[in-house]
Design a protein. Structure first.
Length: 95
């Protein structure tokens, strides 16, 4: 395994940790503190996002171009807003 491959596994693991923290936030609320944890669920999301970005930065240091671009981010935000409106028409999302 190369260092790049190792870091890609780390990236995958951190994505899973973000998913786990988001799931706990949805299931138990943003302010709940899981037993034996010191942070709220939403703080865990923030921490895991920082872990994720740390690995992204390391991958960039190993030669991958993972640059965040404002244009792509704005495009994604518009797409999410579009589907928020669609979900409202279906009644699956309320104001
Ligand atoms: Mg982590």
């Amino acid at each position: 395994m190369t260092k790049q491959e190792h870091l890609l596994v780390c990236l995958s693991e951190e994505c899973n940790e973000v998913i786990h923290a988001v799931s706990k936030t949805l299931r138990f609320g943003p302010d709940e503190i899981w037993p034996k944890m010191e942070q709220t669920n939403i703080e865990r999301v923030r921490i895991e996002l920082n872990d994720l970005m740390a690995v992204v930065t390391m991958l960039e240091g190993e030669g991958f171009n993972l640059t965040r671009t404002a244009g792509e981010m704005v495009a994604k935000q518009k797409k999410v807003e579009k589907y928020i409106e669609y979900a409202k028409t279906l009644g699956t999302l309320k104001d």
